[in-house]
Design a protein. Structure first.
Ligand code: CIR
Length: 263
């Protein structure tokens, strides 16, 4: 364990992922209609997603798979990493509550200090967007006021300011907006409650174009479902790696939700 911990803190470019359950098609849906999911394709897409992170120099750490938890592949919702602390969330969907059982030990094994969101608070990691030293948290269907209060207390102890953002049109804050490496907030206006609250906001031409995983100072990961947005981001001087995550998008997942990055 000590050796694993030392290795983890030495490289500090880790991506936590979780293999999809064969029950993926039974995952929660809130804003979208249920459509058939091709599980073989989902598994290949997941391998490609993990491969893309590996190719970018991330060490891959897997939370043990959970067959009985359809949404467990969306591991982002279970852990929020701030510096060396992992905040184990309390997911807002009852069907997802047990996803944290294996996520917490994985965080501990990586040498992260563990904090927890506790009852009656709920918080999904997909609602947490970190830009510099500010932690934005979406108040929507999954994250409640008590979850925000607890996050504010924990993040405050870690020297972070927490800013709460209403989210009503999509599942999570990061289903609406994410940020480029320079802090510019991007998203499609149709998914955002109030774009004027962002100091530096750039509208994207597609709804899926609002989602980036920051790979480094000059590179982001985006979904192939948003080609015009990827082109726009490229035109700003970024290297854009794209992955097809169509089967996860059918379950309201986006490119951020399939991993938790530790840096
Ligand atoms: C859910 O509704 O919880 C899942 N079907 C999708 C979760 C996607 N998570 C994310 O965007 N962070």
């Amino acid at each position: 364990w000590a050796a694993r911990r030392a290795a983890a803190s030495a490289s500090r470019r880790i991506a936590i992922v979780r293999m999809p359950s064969s029950r993926l098609a039974d995952g929660e849906l809130t804003h979208q209609e249920r459509v058939p999911v091709d599980l073989d394709l989902a598994e290949r897409q997941w391998e490609d997603y993990v491969g893309a992170l590996r190719a970018e120099g991330f060490t891959i750490v897997e939370v043990p798979p959970a067959e009985e938890l359809p949404d467990s592949v969306f591991v982002e919702d279970t852990l929020v990493i701030i510096d060396g602390t992992a905040i184990v969330t309390r997911p807002g969907a009852v069907s997802r509550a047990r996803e944290i059982d294996d996520a917490a030990p994985t965080a501990r094994d990586l040498g992260l200090r563990v904090e927890r969101i506790v009852e009656p608070g709920t918080l999904d990691g997909g609602d947490v967007l970190q830009i510099g030293s500010t932690v934005y948290v979406g108040r929507g269907g999954r994250t409640n006021a008590e979850g925000i209060r607890q996050l504010r207390a924990i993040a405050g102890r870690l020297g972070r300011e927490v800013v709460a953002v209403p989210v009503s049109k999509v599942l999570h804050l990061k289903s609406a907006v994410t940020a480029l490496p320079d802090g510019t907030v991007i998203g499609h206006p149709s998914t955002i409650d109030d774009a004027s609250m962002w100091r530096s906001f750039l509208p994207m031409p597609e709804a899926e174009g609002g989602h980036v995983v920051v790979l480094g100072d000059d590179a982001v990961l985006m979904a192939t479902s948003a080609p015009a947005s990827a082109e726009l981001v490229r035109s700003l001087g970024y290297r854009v790696v794209t992955v097809d995550i169509s089967e996860f998008e059918k379950l309201e997942g986006c490119v951020t939700c399939l991993s938790v990055l530790v840096r």
